[in-house]
Design a protein around this ligand. Structure first.
Ligand SMILES: NC(=O)C1=CN([C@@H]2O[C@H](COP(=O)(O)OP(=O)(O)OC[C@H]3O[C@@H](n4cnc5c(N)ncnc54)[C@H](O)[C@@H]3O)[C@@H](O)[C@H]2O)C=CC1
Ligand SMILES: O=C(O)C(=O)Cc1ccc(O)cc1
Length: 561
């Protein structure tokens, strides 16, 4: 049988947390943290459960002192308990206005601080260790008038007190750490906690440490810093998403130690454990239609956010029809040219209250189909991620979000997922998206394809281009190379999209013809005026900023010339 050490007495909140962790285990209550940790370190119990954080009080104890007390073992799990703190009185006729003395535990007073300040200003607080004993003593003394006890509603009722106020500290939740002797295995939805030793002064050390996580796309959920009492040097506590056994997390920690801090033994791993969500999520499951590269990319990341994810396609055993019944959010991620037809086929199967998210590079036609094919109560939103499936993370990459009048809570949660992973989100209307993607994607793709055709027709080799390209002509060559080294279907689909992007391409073709005519006629002054007019429209501020950027790129890429 499992043995768990916790803070007593029996039925205390810590004891309840231990029961919640394992109802079958033998739970041994200890009178205080030191006794509990000593017993755990001596391996008298397999696990220890103790409070670390309360949503109203903040940390239960100073984290750093707390973890220094724990000499062995790992943080392997968490329990979250909500408590409904209430105000109980002894006397039949007692009212809040008549109260003079308030009895409760010290931490409970801290959790109710707001209520006490607002409703019971100036009341005398009597802090006790054992509420049951205090209630018995008050009863015995007969001095019940004007006295109230604050504790959980269950405790007050169990002792026969009359509750005159409920939920005096709303959103009151406590996080309990479970300690074990072995590191917890990875579950796919984990977090890791670390604490540093006092660090020597070094410019940028905090930023550099955090950067090792962000450049690997690792989200940090908690960070605390403190100056060590004796040396006054900085100490850092971090909780980050991922298991210490994963390559990403292990390499972040190794780099921090060897490259940032540059001293070994400065980081103590407290543990890895299944992630706890102190935040509220509404979506439980996502189902994809389309099993291609982009579906798999998003499915992996959603699964590591703790969502249940199902992939379906034309050949999967699980049919899209069956999946749609089972999930909260349906994601359509198929080639652009078949997106509308797919939406029309499956949209009618979505029940009210669910959401349809479209991952696609065309917006107007796709959203129109989705709004028509689904019932009024189905949420609809389109996301066009401007990165491909080779990207390691979405950090600092652009994501266009096209919300509709039917984008609700589920859509916002998906958007929050993009935001959390560092995507730069831009909101467009359907036609604005299509028009701007004409410039941002379709036209450059078409130019790239036409450029490659031209090289081919003129028998120009890659060596020829490398030896004759200028700093300016390098950009289209890079774009051409990107387009020709990825999935051709992706770019064929992009070039074939309908909507306002077509206008961009036809306007470009007209303008190109005009420029060719002027150039062939050697209309130098006319061409100069054209460039001047363009520059005015582009604005000096924009041009200067982009020119600076181009020069920075020259520093790196110019070497290729
Ligand atoms: N690949 C990329 O770089 C990016 C793609 N996207 C978007 O993601 C979506 C999907 O693209 P990828 O995953 O890259 O494509 P993909 O070609 O890798 O996968 C497409 C999936 O759709 C399925 N499919 C093809 N024709 C179908 C049909 N008639 N009915 C049902 N399913 C069909 C295929 O079997 C495959 O599972 C597209 O809308 C694209 O615009 C967005 C940004 C980047
Ligand atoms: O074009 C690129 O280089 C990409 O990074 C991939 C890409 C392909 C298709 C899209 O709709 C958006 C981005």
């Amino acid at each position: 049988m499992k043995t768990i050490a916790t803070l007593g007495p029996e039925h205390s909140p810590s004891w309840q947390a231990a029961v919640q962790y394992d109802g079958e285990a033998e739970i041994r209550p200890y009178p205080h943290v030191k006794a509990l940790l000593d017993a755990f370190a001596a391996r008298e119990t397999e696990y220890a459960v103790l409070p670390v954080y309360n949503t109203r009080e903040g940390e239960k104890k100073q984290y750093f002192r707390f973890f220094d007390q724990i000499k062995s073992g790992y943080w392997v799990g968490n329990i979250i308990l909500s408590s409904n703190l209430s105000l109980g009185v002894f006397d039949e006729n007692e009212t809040v206005a008549g109260l003079r003395i308030l009895v409760g535990k010290r931490e409970v007073f801290n959790q109710c601080e707001e209520f006490i300040d607002n409703q019971l200003p100036g009341i005398t607080e009597v802090s006790v260790q054992d509420v049951s004993q205090a209630i018995a003593e008050i009863r015995e003394s007969g001095q019940v008038k004007g006295r109230a006890v604050v504790d959980s509603a269950e405790t007050l009722t169990a002792h026969g007190l009359r509750i005159i106020e409920r939920e005096v500290a709303p959103h009151n939740r406590t996080r309990y750490a479970v300690l074990g002797h072995e590191l917890a295995p990875a579950t796919g939805y984990d977090a890791t906690t670390l604490i540093t030793e006092p660090l020597d002064d070094r410019v940028g050390i905090l930023v550099d440490i955090l950067n090792e996580f962000s450049r690997r796309g690792i989200n940090i959920v908690d960070m605390r810093t403190e100056n060590d009492i004796k040396s006054q040097k900085l100490r850092i506590y971090l909780e980050a998403e991922g298991h210490v056994g994963s390559e990403r997390m292990a390499s972040a920690i190794a780099h921090i130690e060897s490259r940032v801090i540059q001293q070994q033994g400065m980081i103590r791993l407290l543990g890895s454990f299944p992630r706890v969500d102190m935040r509220t999520k509404y979506i439980k499951s996502f189902g994809f239609i389309g099993t291609g590269a982009m579906s798999r990319w998003f499915a992996d990341r959603l699964a590591s956010e703790g969502y249940e994810v199902m992939l379906t396609g034309r050949t999967t055993t699980l049919r899209p029809e069956q999946m749609i019944e089972r999930v909260d959010v349906v994601v359509v991620c198929v080639p652009i040219s078949v997106t509308s037809a797919t939406v029309r086929q499956y949209g009618p199967l979505l029940a009210p209250g669910k959401a349809l998210i479209l991952l696609a590079g065309e917006s107007e036609e796709t959203i129109k189909s989705a709004l028509e094919a689904t019932q009024e109560e189905v949420e609809v939103m389109l996301v066009h991620n401007l990165w491909g499936p080779q990207a390691a993370t979405m950090k600092d990459k652009n994501a266009i979000v096209v919300r509709t009048s039917r984008s609700g809570m589920f859509c916002s949660e998906f958007e929050a997922f993009l935001y959390k992973h560092g995507a730069d989100i831009f909101h467009d209307s359907p036609s604005k998206h299509d028009l701007l993607m004409g410039v941002g994607q379709k036209l450059p793709t078409m130019i790239s394809v036409a450029l490659a055709m031209t090289l081919n027709e003129n028998h120009i080799t890659s060596e020829d281009i490398a030896s004759h390209c200028t700093l300016t002509s390098l950009y289209p060559i890079l774009a051409m190379s990107r387009v020709h080294s990825q999935n051709p279907r992706t770019y064929a689909e992009i070039m074939s999209t309908s909507g306002d992007s077509r206008k961009i391409v036809s306007d470009f073709a007209k303008n190109l013809e005009r420029v060719i005519r002027m150039a062939d006629a050697a209309t130098i002054n006319g061409l100069c005026s054209l460039i001047d007019e363009n520059a005015q429209h582009l604005t000096e501020t924009f041009l200067q900023a982009r020119m600076r950027q181009a020069k920075a790129v020259d520093e790196v890429l110019g070497r290729m010339l």
